[in-house]
Design a protein around this ligand. Sequence first.
Ligand code: GDP
Length: 147
Amino acid sequence: METTLILLKPDTIERSLIGQVIARLEAKGLKITGLKMMQLDDAIIEEHYDFLMDKPFFPNIKKYMTRTPIVAIAAKGANAIATVRMLTGATNPVEALPGSIRGDLALSIDANIIHASDTSENAEIELNRFFKGTDIFTYNKLTDEVL
Ligand code: GDP
């Protein structure tokens, strides 16, 4: 089983789409093991998106990501990392397939609804960045045996 880190970005909160996105994760069979609303600051964004620091759009990312609180989610399941990336869709919503979260709900690369870890190494780093160990829960669901 893998656990991946998901962030619902400010446009999700502003457009009242939190429930819709979480419903898609749950419907897929992922188990929500951590969930919290957080106000990010520049420091955590500089850490999270350090590979984009030299890009001309980086100041816009900082402005966007601090505009409202975000919702951080830890989601667990078989192949959770690749599965959630598939559900998320391409970075640029114009290329994201219909049926994906960005394909169905986003219009612009500047505000593309969701972040999801892309590798197991990054998932571990990102889960530690947004959750303390005690904020991630272990519990049983009736569906555990079929998923
Ligand atoms: P992701 O893993 O699909 O979110 O994509 P990346 O990790 O490459 O980029 C992180 C975030 O930076 C993306 O989700 C976009 O919001 C933003 N971003 C990436 N590339 C661009 C770009 O070319 N232009 C703009 N305006 N934003 C970008």
